[in-house]
Design a protein around this ligand. Structure first.
Ligand code: ATP
Length: 684
């Protein structure tokens, strides 16, 4: 191996030893150096960094973007290395940023020219350079699979004119007549119309904008348009609903049955048959595809597609590129695909960010004249000029953003804060803070241990605008905010008797009560990171006598599963609580997990290999969940992890109360909301 390549690998090794790169990144570069000993060191560096970026959620490396701001794009040195207390003298002598300084993008791209290692598509080179993006081949292939599947569905034959009348009848029955001219149109109705028009549809919107309501109506419309048998009886379409995680599936499960029950089908023939033809059970993507044990493959793939007419995928922003490629590969060409999600939330933890890419133009709409005419014909809704653009791409015609929140009324502080954060509107955030809102609390932790204690134990009602008094909303009575002592109180009251039924009811009560309050952290390391905070909270609860120990397993310890465990049927992100239950007369510790249908599943602590304490969890892990009172704890110093999407995701986890805790004077929040997440990818 030439000296230059050896030196490069030595440098990469130093960065791995410093915890800046993963072993995997090094191994990949070393493999390439063996395959092609004359490879340019800049190619080996690019390969290691492309692999590093994958670990950070980016599917490719864009040399020009890296060179513009290497420290930001590569996040090197990483946040964790600093927080682990590494000192300047322990840091590698040369940083990637220094190595790259002075390099021109064209020179870096030129160094990637290597027939054995880098191709432009077809072939089997380990790397693919597509335009200005460098991919590990597998991820380039995933993008190709997803793009082809979407393009094919976007281009699917539109409904023939004879169906338009029937569609109009169904849309009017479900949504009522069109809004009066000049008013805001009914975007839910438009979303349905457009999702019927092609074989691909996206409905995006913030919390409570009616994504579930809309998709249930869409399914009713599709069933209404489904073929009939010779006796005119409905031959229902085969429909499945899926979500990326068990928690997200359980949440949709809860809301969908109600939405199906409330469907206003009165104006349509066969109303009962239509209602019955809409599924209410939601599965996870993994269960839908059925994993083949010991492999990355699934039983359902291109050779054995799912027997489906329609697949609805909820919380699509959480689906990584690899999982999405597996989903679309398992769909027959005529299966419709409908994606639901909030495009402004954090992207998936897995490399991807594809929902954000697909929804890139959702705010602008970009509907062409043909789309506007068609929407008007089948729904009577006029798309406003602001959302019209005859240069819109075919994909844009399939994407609809729901713009009105039905959950957060005009006066809701949470709704207003979420919007201001999403728009990066610092002035508006400051206004919201200075005016005070009944459902928002701001807790400066700079020198206030007592404040954190109040928040953790009781939810800190006194920090809210209206001092945390309960209130009446259109949806019902909102009880005052609570902290962790709430569910621990339910736990410490114990079951009514030792009968298993009473124990299960009690455990379910504890699990439900635990959703009343959740602490979220932006980062894992540091004083306000999830690890230290969990330790501090356990100590505090122990000192208060609310739990019997602060370490190991103890009754009241909430745990989050960190890896899928198919034997136990537990998925990454599932949360259980350790409880003391009588077994053959003796108290034993068992972990209670929520089961479908309001039940409880009991697991022995010793069988849970990959769990972590979850008094506090990262915002990433909270995706797909909602809590009555959500508190975001900001890190104690600036971090590139703290982005607009992260804060927005945290705020929108709150149903009724939101607390922002942290060093509020240092402008951390303001910096964060002005920093949107960077995600590389070339999907659309
Ligand atoms: N057009 C509407 N008119 C009146 N109420 C509506 C309308 N659309 C939705 N809602 C109500 O708003 C609430 C939220 O709706 P839905 O659950 O469909 O929203 P979502 O976007 O799926 O929410 P989530 O944030 O939970 O994903 C529900 O109570 C629903 O009944």
């Amino acid at each position: 191996m030439p000296d230059r390549a050896r030196e490069c690998l030595q440098q990469l090794r130093v960065w791995v030893d410093a915890g800046w790169l993963r072993e995997l990144d090094f191994v990949f570069a070393a493999f390439l150096a063996r395959e092609s000993p004359d490879a340019d060191p800049l190619l080996l560096l690019a390969a290691a960094l492309a692999s590093h970026q994958l670990g950070r959620g980016h599917v490719c490396l864009e040399p020009a973007a890296v060179l513009k701001d290497p420290a930001l794009v590569l996040a090197l040195p990483p946040e964790r290395a600093e927080e682990a207390g590494r000192h300047a003298d322990a840091a590698p002598a040369k940083t990637p940023v220094e190595w790259l300084s002075g390099l021109a993008p064209a020179a870096w791209v030129a160094a990637l020219s290597n027939e054995r290692l880098v191709g432009s598509g077809a072939g089997d080179t380990p790397l693919v350079l597509a335009g200005s993006r460098l991919y590990l081949r597998r991820y380039w292939q995933y993008e190709q699979t997803v793009r082809a599947a979407i393009e094919q569905r976007v281009a699917a034959e539109p409904l023939d004119a004879s169906t338009a009348g029937s569609l109009r009848q169904a849309l009017d029955a479900l949504f009522g007549p069109a809004a009066s001219a000049g008013g805001e149109p009914d975007w839910q109705k438009i979303a349905c119309a457009l999702a019927v028009r092609s074989h691909f549809g996206i409905v995006t919107g913030g919390p409570g904008t009616g994504k579930t309501t809309t998709v249930v109506k869409l399914l009713a419309v599709l069933q209404h348009l489904a073929p009939r048998d010779a006796q005119g009886k409905l031959r229902p379409l085969r429909i499945r609903l899926a979500a990326p995680t068990g928690k997200a599936a359980a949440r949709l499960n809860e809301s969908i049955a109600g939405a199906v029950k409330d469907l206003p089908l009165g104006g349509l023939p066969d109303a009962q048959a239509l209602r019955e033809a809409i599924p209410t059970e939601v599965t996870t993507v993994h269960r839908l595809l059925v994993p083949v044990p010991g492999t990355r493959r699934f039983r359902h793939d291109a050779r054995n597609p799912l027997p489906l007419d329609v697949l609805v995928l909820d919380e699509a922003s959480m689906v990584g590129l690899e999982a999405m490629a597996a989903v679309v590969a398992a769909l027959a060409p005529r299966t419709r695909l409908v994606l639901l999600g909030d495009k402004d939330q954090l992207a998936s933890v897995e490399a991807g960010g594809l929902f954000g890419q697909l929804c890139r133009w959702a705010d602008a709409g970009r509907y062409t004249a043909a789309t506007r005419d068609w929407v008007y014909t089948v729904s009577g809704e006029a798309i406003p000029p602001a959302q019209a653009d005859d240069a819109g791409r075919p994909l844009d015609q399939c994407v609809v953003k729901l713009r009105k929140s039905w959950r957060f009324g005009e006066g809701s502080g949470i709704g207003q804060l979420a919007q201001a954060v999403n728009e990066g509107d610092v002035k508006r955030i400051q206004e919201i803070r200075s005016k005070g809102r009944a459902d928002l609390a701001w807790l400066d932790l700079a020198n206030s241990e007592a404040g954190l204690r109040r928040l953790v134990l009781e939810g800190g009602p006194e920090f809210f605008g209206g001092r945390g008094q309960g209130r009446l909303e259109s949806s019902g009575v909102v009880a005052p905010p609570v902290g962790l002592s709430h569910y621990l109180g339910v736990m410490n009251r114990g079951p009514r008797s030792d009968a298993q039924e009473d124990i299960d009811t009690w455990a379910r009560g504890v699990l439900d009560a635990s959703l009343s309050f959740q602490l979220l952290c932006a980062v894992r390391g540091g004083r306000h990171g999830v690890e230290r905070l969990n330790e501090r909270i356990a100590d505090l609860l122990h000192a208060e006598g609310l739990v019997a120990a602060a370490q190991g397993w103890f009754a009241g310890r909430p745990v989050m599963v960190t890896h899928n465990d198919y034997t136990l049927g537990l998925m990454n992100g599932d949360i259980g609580i350790a409880l003391q239950v009588p077994e053959q007369g003796k108290p034993m510790l068992r972990v209670a997990f929520p089961a479908n249908g309001g039940g409880v599943r009991w697991v022995l602590p010793s069988r849970l290999e990959s769990v972590e304490t979850a008094f506090a969890m990262t915002v990433h892990k909270s995706q797909g969940s909602e809590f009555v009172h959500t508190a975001l704890v900001l890190p104690d110093r600036p971090s590139p992890v703290l982005t607009r999407e992260l804060v927005y995701t945290a705020v929108t986890r709150a149903k009724s109360w939101f607390t922002l805790a942290g060093p509020l004077k240092d402008g951390l929040l303001e910096q964060a909301v002005q920093r949107p997440t960077l995600r590389a990818g070339g999907l659309f």
